[in-house]
Design a protein around this ligand. Structure first.
Ligand code: NDP
Length: 273
């Protein structure tokens, strides 16, 4: 029988996930299909019942359901528990298991470049859901020190508390002047949504230098202003699409227990830009 997969969220029309996963199924000749399913914020319970009725094999979860989905899970894996949110679910006869591929997805492009966050001083811009997964990843990798800069200070303070609870030395700093301190950090990560609409850089890039790794998790457009300017200053840059791809591959591997077809999935993803 054809296996069915989905990504749930709202809005969902522009999700790249169906194309990426369907290309993987095609490449490996797997009898499966992956759809985008819009579930409004207050209709999650009914939406999940509908997915169970069609005997969905697995699904990805995106904004606004990553946290809300947790209460519908029967089993929660370690990463998911740590972050307090899920983005990948498997369905075994109505029994739902939650995973979170954000942490591994974030770390994968770093590891692929033979870089490491171990012992690194990190400037993290943003304090939303993605930033929380990044903090968990930095704690797992034993970063030396984290500084969080966010528009809304209370959210930065909460994220710092979360980092401290994971034994990661963290403080917060003013968002407006964070760029001035850029040369003190070996990793500068943008986890705000600034760049999505082609906005200028979230921080001033004057003090970014060739010793920095600048990682922008915004993946649309592929080359954000931040990455373009960081590159011109000689920094190593990491694109947001790399994290997106690594996450999709990890979901595939959770569902199928075998290696995802990297080349086919990457080609489809880059074709979507
Ligand atoms: P959230 O809505 O949870 O967080 C948004 C963050 O951006 C908050 O820190 C918010 O600050 C900040 N922000 C939003 N608008 C502005 C602004 N105009 N000026 C300053 N700060 C702003 O979103 P997520 O954490 O889920 O996602 C953040 C971004 O990361 C999105 O662009 C998303 O597409 C991308 N992403 C990429 C992934 C990938 O695989 N590459 C995976 C997940 C997300 P405040 O607290 O003040 O509101």
């Amino acid at each position: 029988m054809t296996k069915t997969f989905a990504v749930i969220g709202d809005p969902i029309d522009h999700s790249l996930s169906p194309n990426i996963h369907n290309s993987a199924f095609k490449e490996l000749q797997i009898d499966a299909t992956y759809i985008a399913y819009r579930i409004p914020k207050d209709e999650l319970s009914a939406g999940i019942e509908a997915l169970k009725k069609i005997k969905i094999t697995g699904f990805n979860v995106t904004i606004p359901h990553k946290i809300g989905m947790m209460e519908f899970l029967n089993v929660i894996d370690d990463d998911c528990k740590l972050i307090g949110a899920t983005n990948t679910v498997t369905n075994d006869d109505g029994n739902l298991t939650g995973h979170n591929t954000d942490m591994d997805g974030f770390l994968d492009p770093i590891k692929k470049r033979d870089l490491s966050c171990k012992g690194a001083n990190v400037l993290l811009l943003g304090a939303g859901g993605a930033a929380r997964a990044i903090v968990a990843a930095l704690a797992k990798e034993k970063a030396n020190k984290l500084v969080v800069a966010n528009r809304t200070k209370e959210n930065a303070v909460q994220l710092v508390q979360f980092a401290n609870s994971l034994k990661l030395d963290a403080t917060n700093t003013d968002f407006g002047s964070a760029g001035d301190t850029a040369s003190q950090f070996s990793f500068i990560i943008n986890a705000t949504s600034i760049g999505l609409k082609g906005e200028p850089c979230p921080i001033s890039t004057q003090n970014i230098n060739k010793d920095s790794v600048v990682y922008d998790i915004v993946y649309m457009p592929m080359k954000t202003q931040l990455l373009t300017q960081a590159k011109s200053r000689g920094a190593t840059i990491i694109y947001g699409y790399e994290m997106l791809l690594a996450q999709a591959m990890r979901s595939f591997e959770i569902w199928f227990g075998k290696k995802a077809p990297f080349d086919a999935m990457k080609k489809t993803l880059l074709g979507g830009f």
